[in-house]
Design a protein around this ligand. Structure first.
Ligand code: ATP
Length: 357
């Protein structure tokens, strides 16, 4: 097993930053730890790396109990959000640093160090910049060097704490694709922390969604996106419309609108409910196609790359609806601000927990 965390707990004063968290990651997997700001992602990475001590629990890395080892003995590679390169060392020296400071018995020879650093810099496509200093590199290039440096000592596991979040959107996207390819070549068990669901969905073998120091759900990107376990995960993974209402006699009601309740909730007496639907699952037409359609008027039109975002006020609903339609449909239906439309709500998920948005 790559990483096994058993019942980790970490309190700051009375606040439980990590709350009895257990997690198993297969050797060679790249997992994304996804959650809102302050949910405990960085604290968890710091505990795994030995930079922070857990109050209780165990950390097993590649079958070795490392719970009480100091950071230097854990053999963990770490890449931080902000470039942590040594400013006065050039790229080659930065990557070689971890090897040069090893105790004499473990230290490779000079030529072995040179070969290894050159190999790693080629792997991260930075071999052309060996003599450059960090100030002569772009943000994305510095993060690639930081990654080569973290890999130099053959770490048991690699921890990446929002490594691309300081970069602009385009570079970020390029780097995450590049990282995915690189990981397929090197297969170091890795944890990638992010609060960006798109990044997690695109990059990871598995996603672990955390909230308030606990795991809400884990699974492949598709499992977590298509079958969110609860309202928190649904809301966190992508844009969503939420309609607050009640469930009663096999019907879910919000505003003046009523839908058949999902089978598993048909027998509930009466409860508050939240009905979730993703913007791209809202159907838009100019003519009423069923009696369940809602009549509405377009309040706002937004360009979202290939899709068009619509904000629609519907009769009988307290809040407006966010919809996303392909450009082609937008043009064909001659949609625009102020146009009257009919809205079909498809594929809803209904939750009856106490979740608050
Ligand atoms: P972000 O995405 O904003 O970086 P995060 O999920 O990484 O957030 P952490 O940095 O792990 O969150 O913090 C988790 C909680 O623990 C927060 O409420 C934070 O205020 C608290 N916390 C973290 N470090 C300390 C500390 N040294 N002392 C006191 N509280 C702390």
């Amino acid at each position: 097993m790559g990483i096994e965390l058993q019942h980790l707990t970490k309190k700051f004063g009375e606040y439980r930053a990590i709350d009895d968290l257990s997690l198993t990651i297969a050797s060679g997997d790249l997992i994304a730890l996804l959650g809102p700001s302050g949910c405990g992602k960085t604290t968890l990475l710091r505990i795994i790396a030995g930079l922070e001590l857990a109050d209780s629990g165990k950390i097993i890395l590649e079958n070795k109990d490392t719970t009480n080892l100091p950071p230097r003995k854990k053999n963990v590679g770490f890449v931080f959000q902000h470039y942590a390169l040594f400013r006065r060392l050039n790229v080659f020296e930065n990557v070689a640093f971890g090897l040069k400071v090893l105790p004499f018995r473990e230290r490779p020879s000079r030529s072995e160090i040179r070969d290894r650093v050159e190999h790693l810099l080629t792997l991260v496509q930075m071999d052309w910049a060996m003599k450059r200093y960090p100030s002569q590199l772009s943000g994305g290039q510095r993060q690639r060097v930081a990654l080569a440096r973290a890999l130099a000592v053959n770490p048991r596991v690699l921890l990446l704490d929002e490594p691309f979040s300081a970069l602009d959107a385009k570079v970020r996207q390029e780097l995450r694709r590049w990282l995915r390819k690189l990981h397929d070549e090197i297969h170091v068990t890795s944890i990638f922390v992010t609060h960006d669901q798109e990044e997690a969905l695109e990059l990871a073998d598995k996603i672990v969604v955390i909230n308030k120091g606990r795991i809400e759900q884990q699974g492949t990107p598709q499992e977590v996106y298509d079958h969110p376990a609860n309202a928190f995960v649904y809301n966190f993974l992508g844009n969503v419309n939420v309609f607050h209402g009640r469930i009663k006699n096999g019907k879910v009601s919000f505003g003046n609108h009523h839908l058949d309740a999902p089978d598993e909730l048909k027998n509930i007496d009466e409860k508050p409910s939240q009905t979730f639907v993703r913007p791209h699952e809202i159907g838009i037409s100019r003519i009423r196609s069923s009696e369940n359609d809602l009549a509405g008027s377009i309040r706002e039109v937004r360009l979202l790359g290939g899709q068009i975002g619509l904000n629609i006020a519907c009769e009988g609903l307290d809040s407006t609806i966010e919809a996303e339609v392909p450009r082609e449909l937008f043009v064909n239906l001659q949609l625009a601000k102020g146009v009257q439309v009919f809205v079909t709500i498809n594929r809803v998920r209904v939750f009856t927990g106490d979740y608050e948005i």
